[in-house]
Design a protein around this ligand. Sequence first.
Ligand code: ADP
Ligand code: MG
Length: 314
Amino acid sequence: RAIVRDIDMLEETDPFIKPQPTLPVDPTVFEKRFLTRIRDLGEGHFGKVELCRYDPRGDRTGELVAVKSLKPETREEQTNNLSTEINILKALYHENIVKYKGICQEEGGQAIKLIMEYLPLGSLKEYLPRNKSRTSLSTLLSYSVQICKGMDYLGSQNYIHRDLAARNVLVENERTVKIGDFGLTKSIKENEGYYTVKDENDSPVFWYAPECLTHCKFYLASDVWSFGVTMYELITYCDSSKSPMTLFHRMIGKSQGQMTIIRLVKVLAEEQRLPRPESCPELVYELMRKCWENKPERRITFKRLVEELTNMQQ
Ligand code: ADP
Ligand code: MG
């Protein structure tokens, strides 16, 4: 005590001894007590995303952020997945990928939350049906190019997304979209070039390429297939009466569970594909079909897609 008091006195008397600076704060660590929930933004299979304000000063001047946590019922088995998602997103820097901001740890340290930038217009699935009149075909093509650029970058970092769909593409503003939701993203081992899935209880089957359905194998080219389905969603303005699920069910009949997958594999093997939407130019549909080649090695790449889509916009 006496020593501390002496140092304090020294500081006061000697201007050359500066007070110890406070510990540098890690801007990626968000304290739970400063995070206030505003409303739900959406939820998917495992996660839930809320709009929150991070307001350490407590005067409502703090920034708005999107906070992803796990639904209580899936918390046990999905905690690793969220941690993986956090670690992947943290390392990604691209203008068409949602920005990582940090994490928030629950008091006990068990539950973890992912903090990302808030994109006020939500996902394409919510945005497109509401903004049809202000979204031209060339804007849709521009969104498609941006998705391909983000995906090409992701592939260059050796990741497979595995859940590319309009519901997982976020809208920053009228001109800009970003890929969000890296919950199913996996790193591919250099020597293998694909990722094998073990448990497949909740998969977005209508976005999946044949090799994913038959062998549970995911290649970069499997994401290209899903991109084709995503582009189909964009062209139909995410109209649910024309959704991939609705149309595939029309092809395979009503079914559930494993039967759906068996029938889907069959129609795809017979070269049946989602039909060309009315408003879709032939050239654009041809590109989708290049994403839907049965053999992964025959599919177009994201790099080529960027080139072809860019040419089409001119
Ligand atoms: P899940 O892994 O559960 O599918 P997502 O990350 O896809 O979770 O988020 C679910 C929904 O929440 C999205 O479809 C979107 O509507 C909304 N959402 C997610 N992230 C953001 C964000 N950063 N800004 C605004 N809305 C978001
Ligand atoms: Mg999602």
